[in-house]
Design a protein around this ligand. Structure first.
Ligand SMILES: [Zn+2]
Length: 56
């Protein structure tokens, strides 16, 4: 499976300063790093999934 499309809506959390970085912001720089502090370790933040419960 090849996925060439950039996935939007994914957020990353900078391990260094804790800032939230979007995938769009990361795409602006040639390498993955925090645009705020320059730290290169980012972890994926889980997208907020809204669970809908059917009312029976
Ligand atoms: Zn940072």
């Amino acid at each position: 499976m090849e996925e060439g499309r950039p996935v939007t809506g994914i957020r990353y959390i900078c391990v260094g300063c804790g800032a939230e970085v979007t995938s769009e912001q990361l795409s602006l720089t040639p390498e993955i790093k925090c645009p705020f502090c320059g730290y290169r370790v980012l972890k994926k933040a889980r997208p907020q999934i809204v669970k809908r419960v059917k009312a029976v």
